[in-house]
Every structure is written in structure tokens, then in C-alpha cells.
Ligand binder design. Structure first.
Ligand SMILES: *Cc1c(COP(=O)(O)O)cnc(C)c1O
Length: 401
């Protein structure tokens, strides 16, 4: 049976999955406590504890648990003051969720290309667009092409590596824009010694099954801003105004995380640092091995960054490697090794046909050439060696013929 395009699934006889959850801490004990006490639903001590402990880990004053990372992004945009018809600058090379969230808020994405070295949002293009393609008048920034107000920048720290945040924060201050970090792929990563999620005004995490730590499904909003935090808690819990009467002061959402999920989150968070060490070790092993395989360019880590290597991704040069990224993907699939391409850049998505604010050719090239290799926390050294040997043998066999 072909594993291609099947959902991430646990390891079964010889199959090496891309990235599956690791569950070997206090999950059973904490979830059992929920079941034993009857605290299974949308409030409970584990929800409070998960929020408190995640905020402490990231270093923010507040954290608000949500049903998933996409919901967290939706609410973060609303409490950051993004209004219908505003524009939000966003990485084009990302999983689609943040772009959808911008549309949920009635706002419009302005797509920014990736930079070619670390593949994160190209900050030079962010700054150039704001300086040259927008007008600053009466304390508001407007896109010259559309006349719409530009309200926020939403950098996505992709694949476990932080974006270069200083230029983004500086230009955001200059034009009174909010910075919303999509940190869903990069919990635990650092930029100049500071935690991802504590760099902009507000940030979001995800605990989906393929992320570094998981609650099955879940998310978190973090911020130092008390007003935004309160508003986020209010909107995610149906905007209830009275402790007794059913009076709702706004159109709220049921975006809560359950106590059972939060219990799992608390247990997973206890393991996070250990898991990051393992992810970094897996990445180091791949990087060292790929040095000897022509036509492969592994992802890199910036001097100023500490990456958590959520995914391990490399670029394939067809001429040197002897095969393009998609052919390699199919070959590995036939050998029971699950890999994935990078996302279609969102400016090309049929769901988001919209102006491309900048030239997005780097993201298009990365999408064409990239492939992500198995990198589960539970990946055995034997399985990793098998992946590396297949790559190495394949490259050699092609250059010999
Ligand atoms: C995983 C992810 C999200 C949120 O995902 P959920 O499945 O809704 O928790 C958002 N943005 C990016 C870049 C992601 O990778």
C-alpha cells in the first residue's frame, strides 16, 4: 500500500513516518486525573496550569489556550485590532492557516517572499514594501495600490527557525503596526537569545499532532499585553459578560481547549527541552551526512538563532542529484519512507488569488526543490541511517549512469 499523501501515522513494520507524536511522559497520569475527577471539558485546573506553564516557558505575562493554532491566529488578529478590509503582511511560504485566519478577520494578505538562506520571511522586502509602496498619512499607513490600511505584520517562523525579527519590529514601530508571530512551528526556538513568541506584540502556538509537542489538537495565544490577553480570553469563551445570566457582549467563539487536552499539554511541556535536544541531534546527523551527498542543500541555522528543527528539510538540485525533489519523494515512498514537499506558496493558492506584493520567486523555487525527511522524536538511529543511505546510493547510481 502506498503511503503517499496518507496522514501522519505511527511507525509500523519498516515504515518510517515523517513526524509523529512522542508520548512517554505523564500523559496517562494527568489524563486519568481528568477522567477520575470528571473535569473533562472546557474548564479545569489543567487548562489554567497549561496556560501558566507555557507563558512561563516562553516568558510572556499571559497565555490563553485555544482549540487549535488556527483559532489562536484568528483571535490574535482580532484582538490586535485588525479590521475588515485592513491588510496584513504575511510570509507566502507557510502552511495556509495564518492566511486563512487573515481572511476570517475580513482582512487581506499581502504576500512577502522568503529569503534564500534560512527560508524565512524576507525582511528586506517587508521594509521596502512599507517604505516605498505605502503612504504614511494622519498616523495611518495605506497601500498605494489598493488604498487599504496596512495594520499588521504576521511573520511565520517556519520549520522551527526564527524569522529575522529586529527589522520587522523596527519598521512596525515606525508605522504603528502590530506584529503577530505565527510561532506554531517553532516553540522553544530562540532569536538573539530571546524566545520565539515573545518577540512581537502577540504570538500563537499549535499543539497539533505533527508539532513538537501535542495535545492531539490545540493552540495557545501568548502576549505581555493585558488588554489583548483579556480580550482574547473573552472572545475564545463565547464573550460572556455575566457570571450567571447569559449575556454576551460581542460575537464570541467557542475556541476553548478541553481539560483533557490541556492535561496532555502539561505532560508534553515537561518534555519539551528534551525533545528539542533530540530534534537538534537528528538535524545535526542529517546535516553532516548531506555534506557528502552532491545536489543536496540542507536547511541552515542563522548565527543569531537557535532552531528547534521542527522539520528537517533540504533542497534537491536535479542536475547534481540526478532526480528532482518529487521523484525522490516518490522513490522514498516506495521504500516506506514518508517525506513531504514544502507548502505551495500561498500567493499561488487557488484559495487566495490576490496581489503578490513582492516578487515571490524564492518561495516558488523552495517549493519546487524542497523535501522534508523523517524527523520524529522517536526516529531510531537505524532508520535515520537507512534514509541517509538511500539518498547517498541514489545520488551515486545516477551520476554513474
Ligand atoms: C500547524 C500550523 C498552524 C496551526 O495549525 P492548527 O492545526 O490549527 O493547530 C498555523 N500556522 C502554521 C505555519 C502551522 O504550521
Amino acid at each position: 500500500m502506498s503511503t503517499l499523501f496518507e496522514p501522519d501515522s505511527p511507525a509500523i513494520d519498516g515504515f518510517v513516518p515523517l513526524c509523529v507524536p512522542e508520548i512517554r511522559g505523564n500523559e496517562w497520569e494527568y489524563i486519568k486525573e481528568c477522567l477520575d475527577t470528571g473535569w473533562v471539558s472546557s474548564v479545569g485546573s489543567f487548562v489554567d496550569r497549561f496556560e501558566r506553564e507555557l507563558a512561563a516557558y516562553v516568558g510572556t505575562k499571559h497565555a490563553i489556550a485555544t482549540v487549535n493554532g488556527t483559532a489562536a491566529l484568528h483571535i490574535a488578529l482580532l484582538v490586535a485590532g485588525v479590521q475588515p478590509d485592513d491588510e496584513v503582511l504575511v510570509s507566502t511560504l507557510t502552511f495556509i492557516a495564518p492566511v486563512n485566519a487573515i481572511r476570517y478577520a475580513g482582512a487581506w494578505p499581502v504576500f512577502i517572499d522568503a529569503e534564500p538562506t534560512y527560508w524565512q520571511i524576507d525582511t528586506k522586502q517587508v521594509v521596502d514594501f512599507l517604505n516605498n509602496d505605502c503612504d504614511w498619512r494622519n498616523g495611518e499607513l495605506r497601500n498605494q495600490a489598493t488604498g487599504r490600511r496596512v495594520r499588521a505584520i504576521l511573520p511565520v517562523h517556519i520549520l522551527g527557525h526564527p524569522c529575522d525579527m529586529d527589522p520587522i519590529i523596527e519598521v512596525a514601530h515606525r508605522y504603528n503596526l502590530v506584529v503577530i508571530e505565527d510561532a506554531t512551528e517553532s516553540l522553544g526556538a530562540k532569536y538573539k537569545g530571546r524566545s520565539v513568541g515573545h518577540l512581537g506584540d502577540i504570538a500563537c502556538f499549535s499543539f497539533n499532532g505533527n508539532k513538537l509537542i501535542t495535545t492531539g489538537g490545540g493552540g495557545m495565544i501568548v502576549t505581555d499585553d493585558e488588554h489583548m490577553a483579556r480580550h482574547a480570553k473573552y472572545l475564545t469563551t463565547q464573550a460572556k459578560d455575566d457570571p450567571l445570566e447569559f449575556v454576551h457582549g460581542a460575537v464570541g467563539y467557542n475556541y476553548r481547549l478541553t481539560n483533557i487536552q490541556a492535561a496532555m499539554g502539561v505532560a508534553q511541556l515537561e518534555k519539551l527541552d528534551e525533545y528539542i535536544d533530540i530534534k537538534r541531534r537528528i538535524a545535526k546527523t542529517y546535516m553532516e551526512a548531506l555534506c557528502d551527498i552532491p545536489g543536496t542543500t540542507p536547511m541552515r541555522e542563522a548565527e543569531s538563532a537557535s532552531s528547534v528543527f521542527w522539520m528537517f528539510t533540504l533542497l534537491i538540485d536535479e542536475a547534481q542529484f540526478g532526480m528532482d525533489s518529487r521523484a525522490l519523494l516518490r522513490y522514498l515512498d516506495a521504500n516506506k519512507i514518508q517525506t513531504r514537499p514544502l507548502w505551495q506558496p500561498t500567493h499561488l493558492s487557488p484559495a487566495h488569488r490576490w496581489m503578490c506584493a513582492t516578487d515571490c520567486t524564492v518561495a516558488e523555487r523552495l517549493n519546487r526543490d524542497a523535501i522534508s525527511l523523517p524527523c520524529s522524536i522517536g526516529l531510531t538511529q537505524t532508520d535515520q541511517r537507512r534514509v541517509i543511505e538511500l539518498l547517498s546510493d541514489l545520488q551515486r547510481s545516477h551520476t554513474w549512469t
